[in-house]
Design a protein around this ligand. Sequence first.
Ligand code: MGD
Ligand code: MGD
Ligand code: SF4
Ligand code: MO
Length: 682
Amino acid sequence: MNSYVDQETGVFPSVCSLDCPDQCGLLIHKEAGKIVKIEGDPAHPVTQGAICNKVRHMAERIYDPNRLRYPLKRTGKKGERRFERISWEEAIDTITTRWKRLIAAEGAEAILPYSFYGNMGMLGTEGMDRRFFHRLGASRLLYTICQAAGTEGYGYTMGGSFGIDPEDTVHSKLIIMWGINAVSTNMHQVMLAEKARKNGATVVVIDVHKNQTGRWADWFIPVLPGTDAALALGIMHILFAEQLVDEDFLREYTVGHEELRQHVRQYEPAVVSSITGVPKEDLYRLARLYGQTSPSFIRIGNGPQHHDNGGMCIRTISCLPALTGQWLKKGGGAIKGNSGYLAHHASALQRPDLLRKPTRRINMNELGSALLELEPPIRSLYVYNSNPAVVAPHANKVRQGLQREDLFTVVHDLFLTETAAYADIVLPATSSLENTDFYRSYWHHYVQLQRPVIKPYAESKSNVDVFRLLAQAMGFEEPAFQDTEAEMIRQALDHPGNPHLADVTYETLAEKQFVKGRVKPLLPGKLPTPSGKIELYSRTMERRGFPPLPTYTPLAGDGDLPFLFIPAPNHNFLNSTFAHNEKHVRLEKAPKLHMNEADAAALGITTGDCVRLWNDRGECELMAIAGEDVLPGVVVTQGLWADSPGSKTLVNALTPDRLADMGGGAVFFSGRVNVEKVQYGK
Ligand SMILES: Nc1nc2c(c(=O)[nH]1)N[C@H]1C(S)=C(S)[C@@H](COP(=O)(O)OP(=O)(O)OC[C@H]3O[C@@H](n4cnc5c(=O)[nH]c(N)nc54)[C@H](O)[C@@H]3O)O[C@H]1N2
Ligand SMILES: Nc1nc2c(c(=O)[nH]1)N[C@H]1C(S)=C(S)[C@@H](COP(=O)(O)OP(=O)(O)OC[C@H]3O[C@@H](n4cnc5c(=O)[nH]c(N)nc54)[C@H](O)[C@@H]3O)O[C@H]1N2
Ligand code: SF4
Ligand SMILES: [Mo]
């Protein structure tokens, strides 16, 4: 396969590597070997040439003077950011010598890999890395920080991550954006909804914050955090009571509709209104709109599932489309995530067979406790594709763990992140535009190819290359460590078990750049649930100790501080990516705290004041915006900001590291805080 590296000038197709459902097709413009412009690829059928502001300015990140150029070793104290340049030979030798000693003394489970999807390329996130750590016999990470609770919850109803084709949503007549800030986090769903809207569709947004997406809606419905399951059950109550359900569909394609009919009687509108903060009239109006409009589409976001009850919440919302028979209508149904369709041959790529005996699993949401309390202890941490010192819950605990003198930490990244500041060895990573990889969206149905567009920056290396070097230095002789990128892509896509991938091969990708999976509309009687039907009543849940019917459970207590704290993502960063890039920070200005006017007035706070938030996990300081964008008792901030000396912008200092009800998920949005005005000069 040709790489584009040797062509000094031209326009080259590419794919956005960021952890964003849209996974845009890109065109990279090069002059004299350097990227001069990044734009959307108009040929991409879903993203159609439109890209976000973040990635339009991606070249500035790629050529940022602060990018890591060569390996470093720590010379100062952990966290002090004092390092000196070393060679790759020394870096790899230091790491593997240390690991060999550690394995001999305490076993390989003393080593913990920690990663996420800072780059969605499968070879670098679920490929050579997994092979290496399997062969090493390291502790295994549970990848739970993002959508784990909701995925499990949705799966009980639908059998896996299967929703409708987003391209069909132009046919929807009612679009509900439920706990998704789509204007910032799924902009092409907004573009599709705009098309639907031109054909008469109504857009409803249900959120705890009237943010950019709420402002765009035809109807914004504010809801109290963690109460969406009650809202969905209230809608079901009215749908059954007013005979707005599709009885034929329920009989043919669902399990448990009679039990559900009885069960939702208890969710009286007045009760639901008092739980959710949604006025009774609005609840009726919403239920009737949903019951009388077809096709209707629910885009289920990540917000409602980052709660103590997040799994059950998504489980409950995902039952709604079945009640009105939406799954048989083009543009009707829901999407939580669509990764089930394009599932590649994971075991061929990850090679779990290289793991000689099962090793312990560590939930990434409990990194702080794992580093501080686990027995036998973790002695070495290898971080890539992620920045846990900023993104992980209970971040002060994580940092306390990273501070441990006896913990040997390696961080592979493009920048000297807050996590890298604690590393013993820092390795420079290539950007995705310097690599070969394949990408599959978890929202639309296209698989895409990335070929190198530019040469590796300075001495940086891809994840795949680094794990090859580590394998070699560890003396691993299995052929799996010799595979080229092209071979790995073939192994992953050659998956007879998944007919959706029948048209997606290395060859078709190389020829066409993006290829659509052969995805047929969902057949509600042939789902991968135990019954094949949509499971409104789930025996699997019952067996696992959950209520088998969708149910509202209140948030687990988080003390009695007055405010529920929602630290959500922002528009110009992608998690903590871009938080270190001047351009993006300038666009985002300053971290703010949205609070209700009445709450602010009671505390003597006005817009523009600096406020302190605290709980027993930590504190941070933000700029207050008082208004009507959130309900009383709720405070919302957006963005995972970088630390600068003296700044107190680490929002995850406040977030709990409890686990959600399902999937070991994170509960970023279920923490409570106190708020006060910062009095200068005191
Ligand atoms: N610009 C930008 N885009 C991104 C990201 C980013 O950081 N910035 N991150 C990427 C990643 S990794 C992900 S997972 C997705 C996440 O993107 P989304 O799916 O949009 O999820 P969040 O932004 O976490 O939360 C969505 C909304 O949920 C609301 N919310 C919080 N709690 C509740 C609740 O209890 N009920 C309801 N109804 N709403 C609630 C928040 O106010 C927020 O508006 O976005 C991806 N895209
Ligand atoms: N308060 C709060 N916290 C949250 C969330 C929230 O909504 N609120 N959202 C959570 C969610 S949904 C997610 S998904 C997580 C995401 O958290 P992370 O996965 O940590 O995401 P990023 O902060 O974008 O960090 C990715 C890092 O990977 C690096 N990177 C990029 N490409 C490569 C590569 O090819 N190789 C290597 N070695 N490194 C690379 C980037 O430079 C960056 O430093 O954050 C979670 N944290
Ligand atoms: S971050 Fe999302 S919207 Fe922006 S270019 Fe990448 S895939 Fe497209
Ligand atoms: Mo995420």
